[in-house]
Design a protein around this ligand. Structure first.
Ligand SMILES: *[C@@H]1O[C@H](CO)[C@@H](O)[C@H](O)[C@H]1NC(C)=O
Ligand SMILES: *[C@@H]1O[C@H](CO)[C@@H](O)[C@H](O)[C@H]1NC(C)=O
Ligand SMILES: *[C@@H]1O[C@H](CO)[C@@H](O)[C@H](O)[C@H]1NC(C)=O
Length: 486
């Protein structure tokens, strides 16, 4: 109407129009400013606006977003618009194929859950404990009513945070209504930090490994769900393909040598030392350098884990701390030659010398490797049997068992909390859709392959604490690696 109107209405409208333009202009500036603020302040599980952990710096990721506005709209959409609908049926499972007491008992190494939580069995875990752990944490995970809330403090290198949180979301899918409310601090870099002799108060911090001298609580690492940066798929897929690959040669046809392929440039003295043993005749070992950058460019053709089982002996050497390679090495069915590790992950405490691996003392490294190989070549049947037991051990560590470990660890930990978990004001809900929304294409593909489904069976039954048994087991693990003579 106004457009067609011929009536001279300019003067009364002049001022409002001016104000209108001014208004639009300031709104635009405000919007620009707000977008800027938003983009530069909202922390995300992909690592936006997070600094690397000060205790272990690493190069920050660069993001390939086209423009600030594209990024703003992505962050806004992924953070705030995706979790609404996913109220998920968090109803307890009422129709197991077995009743809870008919479920099998958990593998024995699950008993270490009690051991890891022992420091708080008397004091229990207070908010005070948690705030102490926060000083060393990269993120805080709070589960309430089957929903996952995450408070981000620091970036985790590569996609560790994303894949670790994915693992927790899959646990919630697998056991709906069963994961208790909980409040946990997580760290995602390699080395345990809470030295028992330096910390007057036990500090509960979850990470991927520990040592007998640290309070850090071991939790399954991200690689069980995949490690897209180096093309390692979810554990169930990798195990099957490695097992398949291990059958390519019969035991007597496998190369009678010890094999290691990895990255020695990770501040690991033992890996550097291992390079000296690279001599087939003198030390019976083949040590190869893995160049991940070159591998990435070559499509990972030379680094397929399943094609590395053609050797009768596979060496495990720790990296900067524990190494995720342990499970792939054990899965080969070759005789694992484990160089006495300093670190433990959640499952390595189920390994025993001469039962499912051969211990290699780090002193006199090359000579020890050669002795082990010579022993194995002279005792083919025994060596093969140890290798098979290693492979069986890894087969029994299916993703079902990994989820069971997480489940029992969280249940036992939550029983120790002396407060009711509440959602921190700065924590955002993370759901399957919001996580996938932040993932890059390759990550999304790997995540999709490790999707879990509601279990038709109850979790395995956790056996009660037994300190004496743990002592005996630790002794058996520790003793032979110190005193074995070659
Ligand atoms: C429980 O599961 C069985 C078999 O899986 C099915 O036949 C039955 O209808 C289920 N019952 C309920 C209450 O869902
Ligand atoms: C813990 O701290 C003590 C005292 O500083 C030190 O002697 C010990 O080596 C440390 N332990 C570990 C495992 O770092
Ligand atoms: C080990 O020796 C082999 C054959 O002699 C060689 O191809 C390889 O590059 C050596 N490995 C390292 C880490 O130097």
């Amino acid at each position: 109407m106004g457009v067609l109107s011929r009536k001279p209405v300019q003067s009364p409208y002049f001022v409002p129009r001016f104000i209108l333009i001014l208004g639009f202009f300031s709104l635009a500036i405000l919007l620009l400013f707000e977008v800027d603020n938003f983009v530069s302040q909202t922390k995300t599980i992909a690592g936006h606006n997070l600094k690397p952990t000060p205790w272990h710096p690493f190069p920050l990721k660069t993001f390939s977003e086209e423009s600030k506005y594209a990024l703003a709209s992505k962050i806004f959409q992924c953070s705030y618009l995706t979790c609404g609908g996913s109220t998920a049926d968090n109803l307890p499972h009422k129709n197991w194929s077995l009743s809870a007491d008919q479920a099998g008992t958990c593998p024995e190494f699950f008993r270490w859950i009690h051991h890891d939580l022992e420091p708080w069995s008397q004091s229990r875990i207070s908010l005070n404990h948690l705030m102490e752990a926060k000083k060393h944490a990269a993120l805080r995970v709070v589960i309430i009513g089957g929903k996952l809330y995450v408070d981000l403090y620091y970036a985790c290198t590569q996609s560790r945070a994303m894949f670790t949180l994915w693992g927790l979301l899959q646990l919630l899918r697998r056991y709906p209504g069963m994961v208790p409310d909980v409040d946990m601090m997580f760290e995602c870099m390699d080395k345990p930090k809470l030295n028992k002799t330096l910390h007057y108060m036990p500090v509960p911090l979850f990470r991927y490994c520990t040592t007998p001298n640290h309070y850090d609580i071991p939790f399954p690492d991200w690689s069980f769900w995949g490690w897209p940066e180096i093309n390692i798929g979810p554990w169930n897929e990798e195990f099957q393909s490695i097992k398949q690959g291990s059958r390519a040669r019969s035991w007597s046809n496998k190369w009678p040598l010890a094999y290691w392929k990895g990255n020695p440039n990770v501040v690991s003295p033992i890996r550097v030392e291992l390079l000296q043993c690279n001599h087939s005749r003198q030390w019976r070992a083949q040590i190869l350098r893995q160049d991940w950058d070159a591998e990435a460019k070559g499509g990972f053709e030379q680094s397929k884990l399943s094609s590395q089982c053609n050797y009768r002996y596979k060496i495990y050497a720790e990296g900067y701390a524990w190494s995720v390679s342990l499970k792939y090495i054990l899965a080969c069915g070759s005789l694992p030659l484990i160089i006495t590790p300093e670190y433990e992950d959640f499952f390595s405490r189920g390994l025993f010398p001469k039962e499912n691996y051969w211990p290699i003392p780090p002193s006199n490294l090359c000579r020890s490797i050669r002795s082990a190989v010579d022993w194995g070549n002279a005792h083919l049947t025994e060596a093969e049997a140890i290798g098979s037991r290693a492979q069986e051990f890894m087969e029994s560590l299916s993703m079902d068992r990994v989820y069971d470990y997480m489940y029992h660890l969280i249940v036992e930990y939550s029983k120790l909390l002396d407060f009711t978990p509440v959602r921190p004001s700065s924590a955002d809900e993370v759901c399957v859709d919001s996580l996938l929304c932040f993932a890059e294409d390759k990550q999304r593909e790997f995540l999709g392959r490790s999707t879990a489904f509601p279990s038709s069976d109850p979790p395995c039954r956790l056996q009660p604490p037994n300190k004496d048994l743990i002592k005996v087991r630790s002794k058996r693990r520790g003793k032979s690696s110190r005193t074995l003579k070659f």
